[in-house]
Design a binder for this molecule. Sequence first.
Ligand code: GLN
Ligand code: ZN
Length: 752
Amino acid sequence: MGANRELKRLVENFWSGKVDENALLSGSKKLREEHWLLQKKAGLDQIPSNDFSLYDQVVDHSYAFGVIPARYKNLNPGLETYFAMCRGLQKADIDVPACEMKKWFDTNYHYIVPEFEPNQQFALNPTKILDEYNEAVAIGIQTRPVILGPISYLLLGKPARGAPQGFEPIQLLSKILPLYEELLSQLAGVGATWIQIDEPFLVTDLPSDLKKDYSSAYNALTKVSPQIKILIATYFERIGSNIDFIVDTPISALHIDLVRAPDQLESILKRIPSTVSLSLGLINGRNIWKVNMEAALAEAQKAISCLGAQRVFIAPSCSLLHTPHSLQAEKNIDSEILDWLAFATEKIKEIVNISKVLNDGAQYVQTDLDANRKSIQDRKTSPRIHNSVVQEKMKTLTPDMFKRKDPFRERQLKQRQKLGLPAFPTTTVGSFPQTKEVRAVRAKLKKGEINQAQYDDFIKKEIEKCIRFQEEIGMDVLVHGEFERNDMVEFFGENLQGYVFSGNGWVQSYGSRCIKPPIIFGDVFRPKPMTVEVIKYAQSLTKKPLKGMLTGPVTMLQWSFVRDDQPRKDTTFQLALAIREEVRDLEAAGISVIQIDEPAIREGLPLRKEDWNEYLNWAVDAFLLSSTGVDSSTQIHTHMCYSDFNDIIESIQRMDADVITIENSRSDLKLLHAFEKHEYTNEIGPGLYDIHSPRVPSKEELETRLQEILKYISKDLTWVNPDCGLKTRGWPEVEAALKNLTDVAKGFRTIE
Ligand code: GLN
Ligand code: ZN
């Protein structure tokens, strides 16, 4: 995105018409050149190209292979079509939605899902790939073009709407291969030698019949030109037995992720053919910690002693897209912690230094090596990381801290007595509109233009408005609206010890959207209650039950950069303990309904199915640890955004939340099958309408929806609510939609 998210500005200015196409293209060319030169200056031997994208590399690839769904076919070719696929297009008489977006493996990056027709016609348009190669040559750099491999590309896609049952995109392999061959031959034509072909699916569970696809694909591609050397790149997990798929194809190099899967080195060294070089992913491309130089050097030596130095490459574990640009912009992280970190630019230096030691000897980078040893040592022993109170608490966890006092049915009775809720109780998922005004006032507080008391006053008024509105429309379980929160993870991170926040640590999430994940560097400790005052205030305004609102431990973990010096499980349990204390304080303050959001549980699932159980065990345990410290009459809610629950429903049941609200409005009720089929026993609030659009759902629509839902879930378990938080919406549509929603619920109560 550029050191200061230049690409974001450029692209957004183009979308809003502030700059024209020429400015967009020349601006992005300049950015590419800067990045190539930065890598060259650092001393990197092989520098990638075609890793730049105006939106997403997968959609670039679709564009390059003519995989453009029919609904975009009559738009102007070029950027209009390209951006319409990315974000839809509404103009004059045109109204096309965007393509589907999905998470890229287990990252927080989203790619545009390709759509394939059974009779898909491919058409090669290699301009971008060739132009970028030539651009780099023009500034004296011979790059290694990166392209998405044919198998992974097809596996990332989905059948176009209306494709017959049984059609799978992978069936198009023989049809797409000639275009890859053509592309490689054109790359050879402009002088490319090394070409990186990404096959990330090699680290996932694959059916064994894909072996023949991999070998036919790479046998064909390696034949294109004697000048071309193919490096297959894998990342995010171990290759495992999929190594069989590629060992008898004459590729020139294989890249493996040794950060996620360090144990695979040995077995791969045994299996790798003598003609293949090994690229060691030693520098963590998914996290922000400095590498331990000595440990990385030792790994590299293992490979060298087996393969010889000529056949060993040093590399980051994966693309550096997943780490922020550079530490140079960090002015506010204190110097002790800053010394433990490496962002993308610093990681390149680490790669080069490892290579220098191996080639020329340690003496050439002795100062850097000494500094690295000291940083690693300091981080290990820093009192900032270790908190003895937390350590003690972690040692005294007992089995009863992971379960509620009574089974669900008994709790349900007690909660009904205490809360006195009607049938089809109504609630929302938490946030209300974060208006421009709310954000402006928060910005003023940050800049010191107003003081804390003035800010608190403003927030209180917003809460009061929000409560009055919910009372007016007859909502049953009220929320305070989350006006005081910038973000559901950042807010809690800022209130906990063990977290630090970068000023400029942006990472692309999708398109021009970036996120700035908090950094968990040490033991997580809650110095004082985080939400109790605000929630107590909100409850004091109403006689209706007010729902306390917290972010769950797994989501706190998943959406942060996490320390790598202890298992993720331990960090999650520390987070869970902090939340558990908050939950108990809320209960003690008279709050009887508490929601602990866990939208990220499903996305934390490992890429290999055999690793699922281990993860689900501790992830659910963490939720239980955070949520079970309360009386049976206190109602625990959880919320999950859109997730496929079918294969994890037992774990969702084991979370034992009294009420779960889920996002299901975009999935044609498919999700509810899971709850029905598995006879899920607790209460459920399947989102009645999609909050991602400003459309106001009519009462009829909501009624039909609720009727549909009741085919799957029994009446006495059903809650009525929107499908996610309302913070991105405006007040007028929220008012209208929620009024319809509560009216519909009231209507259903009178029909028996
Ligand atoms: N309570 C949060 C909100 O309403 C939940 C957000 C989410 O599900 N991602 O904003
Ligand atoms: Zn949600």
